[in-house]
Design a protein around this ligand. Sequence first.
Ligand SMILES: Nc1ncnc2c1ncn2[C@@H]1O[C@H](COP(=O)(O)OP(=O)(O)O)[C@@H](O)[C@H]1O
Ligand SMILES: [Mg+2]
Length: 243
Amino acid sequence: MKLSLRDVVKKFGTHTVLDNISLELDGVHCLALIGPSGGGKSTLLRIIAGLEYPTSGQVALNDRTIEYNDQALLRHRRSIGTVFQAFNLFPHLTALRNITLPLEKVHGRTPAEARELAEGTLRRFRLLDHAHKKPAELSGGQRQRVAIARAIAIKPQVVLLDEPTSALDPEMTAEVLELIEELKKEGRDLLLVTHEMGFARRLADRVALLAEGRIAEIGPPEQVFDHAQSDITREFLRRVLRY
Ligand SMILES: Nc1ncnc2c1ncn2[C@@H]1O[C@H](COP(=O)(O)OP(=O)(O)O)[C@@H](O)[C@H]1O
Ligand SMILES: [Mg+2]
């Protein structure tokens, strides 16, 4: 993927959450965003996803400048897959229907097409046996895998994931991380906010540390994890890797 951020600023009232972020990436297949809580990771991801407007600045994904108006954002959102921390499945619908509904209503597929895409995706992720269960009948890991299946049923080139495992216990975390690794292997580009440092190290080809609305460090994982340049990064890693 190509990602270009130029002087991106986001303020909520007088609070500056993203403070002039600039970055140019090309040929990156997995960008991991790490950093302390409140540093602006989710806000940046939501701006790239087109779910939030920047206060100023420019964002371009794969050479397309994101136009921050409602009409253009609808199109932009349809072109990418997004997965967030909380399982945002509809509780009253089955796993299958959770996937087919947006395919029909948002992406304009016929019910037959939607069903074929949804079943194909569930099968690939070994979730077909659970197709007719509602979220409450699934484990946390299964729910999050259904949420990921929903995000990628349209085969988006870029998938954005915001702490997809933070609500899961370790065993379920592993099954979700395995699935994310499969996405990368099949050629999807990933933009991943994570607190799983080992996973970021293994999967990412770029790691950026965001703290207090600025990029404190960016580079290949070996550089960021083993030869951090900034005190902020070293302090953050010392804290999260202590246990
Ligand atoms: N909708 C909002 N309104 C006001 N403040 C917000 C909103 N969303 C996020 N913030 C603030 O922006 C800062 C960064 O939040 P966030 O992007 O969620 O950080 P992170 O994901 O790195 O933990 C926090 O101080 C948070 O309170
Ligand atoms: Mg966050």
